[in-house]
Design a binder for this molecule. Structure first.
Ligand code: HSE
Length: 286
């Protein structure tokens, strides 16, 4: 039997839309045990069928890619990553499915090949890259292949997730985006994303706060997230940087002084917690 442990992610990191992502140490764990037929344990009932289980669908993609006969398994899940909250829950399912299949097959595919398969399934790389490689990571596409570059994170930076009780689907959040944007908005983001690795490496929270001013998605998605503007306003004078996590509904706050931030946020009836940086996906034979 193989265990696959995959961390949550916070995609975009504000100005890095569809490019940058950060792994967080909130974990989902999956197991794959060879069986006579497919079965599912630990998932909500509606996900316990082969037509509606993303781990299963991703698992099968590895067999299809390699032209191999699919080996049935019992897939078990237990986890902490909240669903449809912008913390990469679907990425954990995809990554688990393909790494589980690869392990069952004796690891024919490299990590980079699995990453590219995960990007094809997910549609964009910024959630799956940190789930696979850990930490802060940027992706770019060349010759139809995604590549990644990892960046250092200062130990002084602390991360807080603000998780509302309501879901927001990525589909819905992507529909809220305009089809075209003015050059000035693109330049706003380019001028900021290029400096993000410097701010993370040096733990420069004041710089990070200035860089966290997105014009590509947050102005449009913020309207879908109740209290986004209120929380932003509450935090505006503190030494912290705030962003929508992935496509929402959660928000990510980066600071060196968690107490002051938590104090400002305590009036909100949300799940608010300090989280660490997440590491790469782990596959164990047990
Ligand atoms: N970059 C993606 C988005 C992440 O913001 O839509 C969510 O999958």
């Amino acid at each position: 039997m193989f265990l696959v442990k995959v961390n949550a992610t916070s995609a975009n990191v504000c100005v890095g839309f569809d490019v940058l992502g950060l792994a967080l140490d909130i974990q989902n764990e999956f197991s794959f045990e060879i069986s006579n037929e497919f079965s599912f344990k630990g998932f909500e009932k509606q996900y316990c069928t082969i037509t509606n289980n993303l781990v299963y669908k991703s698992y099968c993609k590895v067999f299809e890619l390699l032209n191999k006969k699919i080996i049935p398994v019992t897939i078990s899940y237990k986890g902490e990553v909240p669903v449809s909250r912008g913390l990469g829950s679907s990425s954990t399912l995809i990554v688990a499915g393909i790494f589980g299949a690869n392990a069952i097959l004796g690891n024919p595919l490299s990590k980079d090949e699995l990453f590219n398969l995960a990007c094809k399934i997910e549609g964009h790389p910024d959630n799956v890259a940190p789930a696979i490689y850990g930490g802060l990571i940027a992706s770019y596409k060349a010759n139809d292949c995604y590549n990644t570059i990892s960046y250092e994170i200062s130990k002084d930076l602390k991360f807080i997730t603000i998780i509302p009780p309501y879901k927001l689907s990525t589909n819905e959040a992507r529909k809220a985006l305009p089809k075209f944007l003015p050059y000035s908005d693109i330049v706003n983001n380019l001028s900021r994303i290029v400096n993000i690795p410097y701010a993370f490496k040096n733990g420069d929270i004041n710089l990070l706060k200035e860089l966290f001013n997105d014009k590509l998605h947050e102005p449009y998605r913020g309207k879908l997230i109740k209290d986004y503007e209120n929380i932003k306003n509450d935090l505006k004078d503190l030494e912290c940087a705030m962003a929508i996590s992935g496509s929402g509904s959660s928000m990510l706050v980066i600071t060196k002084k968690t107490d002051i931030v938590l104090d400002k946020l305590k009036k909100y009836n949300y799940e608010i917690k300090i989280v660490g940086v997440g590491s790469k996906v782990i596959v164990e034979e047990v």
